[in-house]
Design a protein around this ligand. Structure first.
Ligand SMILES: [Zn+2]
Length: 411
């Protein structure tokens, strides 16, 4: 590791290995598409629905192979043609200030890669999801979502990046402590106010309407000591027919959000069971544990970054002679990715454990049968894969498979 060429080769090696691994796992998973459905899951789909779900899986598989290969080839070309040095020279033409150059540099790279991937995300929404009856998004929503996303990234991402670059300029060796602190404070803030500040930019949320459902939810929440005014309904149907529910925030800012599509698809009993699962996440303090874990991982990442960032070799490996923070950051992100692959494994494993705990809570406090029937309906309406490859589940799934969850609930 003492000359730029070696580091360049290591970077290319990591990118290639990651691409190959993802492709192999994806193909392995596809080998399981036609496996017989486990007996417990029989009856979720009828013949026609099952054929449709098979088509949906295959189409998505093919699409992700094409997108991943395309992205890989473009990335490789960008590295081989000294793309980073080129963008660096453009950024330096427009600014002489280090923070300005860093923001321009990442801004150009982000906008360019987002524009390149735009046709793919358009195709995914308006061709694949449309064909299978999931898409409810209009072109107008699609475009305004993009613009809102860009503006949010500009303000939040740009602000944080500017701060971190500034910390590096003024403190060098200790910059990781300051950066860690600011990112931690920011994560806690976003965790608390996500539903109040970020979600309204994209969706409408309203408190549950009066009626049979509200009554049923009320009597369950009273029983377990959860305030009903923390339960909201969101207009997920604005973009997709797929249904969901999630828990966010903590303390006075805690809330459960149910998609309007979920309320349409499930009966009262099933909705209360899903709600019981979400309350389970709250009672078992999963939000807090996830937040602590992510803050610890961030600190670790910044510490490793501080050890490497000053090294001129990182910049030289990407064709830029003098050491600079933004070029070093790119090289670091790739060098660090094998470690983050590993930490992702742990995070996913933990998330699957939490899902079992929330399911067990719903089983104990409410009704396992209702939750099983809700999960089956959701799987059917989302055309879920009932037979994923076990290795694929270990690497990529944040939730246990439907089969695993039902077997656990039936225990
Ligand atoms: Zn859950």
């Amino acid at each position: 590791m003492n000359n730029p060429q070696t580091i360049f080769l290591i970077l290319i090696g990591i990118i290639t290995l990651k691409f190959l691994l993802d492709t192999v796992f994806s193909i392995l998973n596809a080998q399981y598409f036609n496996k017989p459905i486990p007996e417990v899951l029989n009856g979720i789909y009828n013949e026609a629905e099952y054929l449709k779900s098979q088509k949906y899986k295959k189409e998505n598989h093919r699409f992700s192979l094409i997108t991943n290969t395309f992205t890989f080839v473009i990335t490789l070309l960008f590295f081989l043609l000294d793309g980073f040095a080129f963008v660096d020279s453009i950024a330096k033409k427009f600014s002489t200030n280090t923070i300005g150059v860093t923001l321009l540099f990442f801004g150009i790279i982000f906008i360019a890669s987002d524009l390149i991937s735009l046709p793919f995300s358009y195709y995914k929404t308006f061709v694949i999801e449309e064909k299978f009856g999931f898409n409810k998004s209009t072109l107008k929503t699609f475009i305004t979502d993009k613009i809102k996303g860009w503006l949010m990234l500009l303000v939040i991402g740009g602000g944080l990046l500017a701060l971190i670059t500034w910390f590096y300029q003024i403190t060098t060796t200790n910059f990781w402590l300051f950066s860690w602190a600011i990112i931690s404070v920011f994560s806690i803030f976003i965790n608390l106010f996500y539903s109040k500040l970020i979600v309204p930019i994209f969706n409408k949320q309203i408190p549950l309407e009066d009626g049979e459902l509200k009554k049923a939810i009320q009597s369950f929440s009273e029983k377990v000591g959860f305030k009903i005014n923390n339960i909201y309904v969101i207009d997920g149907s604005k973009r997709s027919t797929k249904a969901n529910a999630y828990f966010s925030g903590f303390g006075s800012q805690k809330r459960i959000t149910l998609y309007d599509t979920l309320i349409n698809d499930l009966d009262t009993n099933e909705i209360v069971a899903v709600l019981a699962h979400e309350i389970g996440h709250y009672k078992k303090k999963h939000i807090i544990y996830n937040l602590i874990l992510s803050i610890l991982l961030t600190g670790f990442t910044f510490y490793i970054l501080s050890l490497l960032i000053g090294n001129t070799l990182l910049s030289q490996a990407l064709g830029v002679q003098e050491a600079s923070f933004h070029i070093g950051l790119i090289a670091f992100t790739i060098l660090y990715s094998p470690i983050s692959e590993f930490t992702n494994l742990i995070v996913n494993k933990l998330s699957r454990i939490f899902e079992y705990q929330a399911d067990n809570y719903a089983k104990k406090q409410y009704n396992a049968k209702a939750l099983i029937s809700a999960l089956k309906k959701l799987a059917k309406n989302n055309l879920s894969n009932l037979t994923p490859h076990p290795l694929y589940v270990k690497f990529y799934y944040s939730h246990p498979t439907l089969l695993q969850r039902i077997l656990n609930l039936k225990k």
